[in-house]
Design a protein around this ligand. Structure first.
Ligand SMILES: Cc1cc2nc3c(=O)[nH]c(=O)nc-3n(C[C@H](O)[C@H](O)[C@H](O)COP(=O)(O)OP(=O)(O)OC[C@H]3O[C@@H](n4cnc5c(N)ncnc54)[C@H](O)[C@@H]3O)c2cc1C
Length: 430
């Protein structure tokens, strides 16, 4: 066989897999449909979420973001770079781009009542980093270690053979079939490789489809966006989801608008920029770049056993919606270690499956209930009602849905109609 491993997809997961395999001496080829592999053309806020941390870093207490990778990770801020630590798989990655710590995660109501998801203090809970710089570092390491990289090459499907795997690809010089002893599907949310192996057959769709548009903007005038992730909820302009804002490099911000159903993110964005509370933020603002998140078909149950014959699934290719960058990288590393064991005659795949099932929040039994409960408030309240609820919990630490669900009695006498609506509407999620 010409190759030990074919990696399909050059996102964070695939690049980490190619780097790890090549550094360990495997003959590896990575195929990626994009011409410029490190260019980001799918919306991503690029936050590195810290859950449990090495002794050198203090992390904010409070609600952690719980929809992705849950193994402990930490970030070490060095004078000239960051080092991401992954103690459970057991590797670290250096990153030399710019970064911004997130000290706050704030939920914002239409009239600017604030609920803090973390205790406001000087500890950070995530950092924003430049995904393209991380990808460039992984690509350079993979190439240096001898991985062959085929850009502008599309994976069309994979097929197991008695002694390996065949992957059909379409590249600059036409169609061909690559053969290897093993393969990794790292081709993201809409994985063609997972589909071709029949791994999506038993997956259930758990939410309506949604659209995401990310606006990178400069000149947004508000102090609130400094070192904060903002979750802005305005039921009258987006009853389906919230609007997220986070910092980007060079003082810019990323505003990502998510909508479900027929509502379009650009309509929501237009109305948001004219909404009286927020219009002053945009007096001198300019859109630098717009990035969509592609077709996002709705949350699907994950692939529970992400190995089919000689093919291992990593990252978003097996997830309901996202493993996060850190989960994609970790699964790329773990998949290669499993493959190396198998190639050496030992059992590696059961360990990988076991790790996958424990390392991601989306494999927990009540995950979909939790996600379903994230955004019921805008669909149940008016702008004024949401302002009222947020004002009740201003200064408290928690998430709006949890605070409201656990304190419904507080509003029973003062706002009986709202109480009725919420009691009925939130029962689905609690
Ligand atoms: C709006 C939004 C915000 C997000 N914010 C964050 C965040 O703050 N922090 C975080 O950690 N994560 C975030 N994520 C999630 C993160 O972007 C993904 O989880 C992560 O990039 C997954 O990596 P991956 O390598 O599995 O897949 P991807 O990054 O999707 O990479 C897949 C690669 O495969 C290529 N490809 C696809 N099909 C083929 C094919 N058939 N043949 C060849 N190549 C192919 C694609 O071009 C792409 O390069 C966010 C996602 C969204 C949508």
């Amino acid at each position: 066989m010409k190759y030990d491993l074919i990696v399909v997809g050059g996102g964070p997961g695939g690049l980490m897999a190619a780097k790890t395999a090549a550094e360990d001496g495997l003959k590896v080829v990575l195929i990626e449909r994009k011409r410029n592999i490190t260019e980001i053309n799918r919306a991503c806020l690029s936050a590195f979420y810290i859950h449990k941390v090495s002794t050198s870093i203090e992390v904010a207490e409070g609600t952690t973001n719980s929809d992705g990778y849950i193994d402990p990770v930490s970030v070490e801020l060095l004078p000239d770079k960051c080092r991401f630590h992954f103690p459970v798989p057991g590797f670290s990655l250096d990153y030399e781009g710019s970064y911004t710590p997130y000290y706050h995660w704030i939920e914002v109501s239409p009239s600017l009542h604030l609920i803090h998801r973390h205790k406001p203090n000087d500890k950070f809970w995530a950092i924003f980093y430049q995904k393209e710089v991380l990808l460039a570092g992984l690509l350079a390491s993979a190439q240096k270690a001898g991985a062959e990289i085929l850009s502008e090459t599309m994976g069309l499907g994979a097929e197991n053979t008695p002694d390996g795997v065949k992957v059909r690809v379409r590249g600059k010089s036409g169609d061909q079939t690559l053969e290897a002893r093993t393969a990794i599907a790292a081709d993201g949310l809409q994985s063609i490789i997972a589909e071709s192996l029949g791994l999506n057959k038993d997956r259930k769709v758990m939410s309506p489809p949604y659209k995401i548009l990310d606006y990178e903007m400069e000149g947004v005038e508000t102090d609130l966006t400094r070192c904060s992730l903002l979750w802005i909820t305005i039921p009258s302009i987006n009853p389906t989801e919230n609007i997220g804002i986070g910092p980007k490099a060079e003082g810019r911000v990323s505003i990502f608008v998510m909508t479900a159903g027929t509502l379009s993110p650009s309509t929501v964005m237009e109305k948001f920029m004219k909404y009286p509370t927020f219009a002053p933020w945009f007096r001198n603002a300019r859109v630098v770049k717009k990035t969509a998140a592609g077709v996002t078909p709705g949350l699907r149950t994950p692939i529970r056993e992400p190995v089919a014959g000689n093919v291992v699934i990593i990252g978003d290719a097996g997830a309901p919606v996202e493993t996060w960058i850190q989960g994609a990288v970790a699964s790329g590393y773990m998949a290669v270690k499993a493959i190396e064991k198998e190639l050496g005659g030992q059992k590696g795949y059961p360990e990988y499956i076991d790790w996958w099932q424990k390392a991601f929040a989306f494999n927990a039994p009540d995950y979909f209930k939790m996600v379903g409960g994230h955004y019921p408030l805008p669909s149940l309240c008016s702008d004024e009602e949401l302002d009222y609820l947020y004002s009740l919990f201003e200064g408290r630490v928690g998430n709006s849905v949890g605070l409201v669900a656990n304190n419904l009695e507080l509003i029973k006498d003062k706002r009986p109609e709202l109480y009725q609506k919420l009691t009925k509407g939130m029962r689905r999620y609690t």
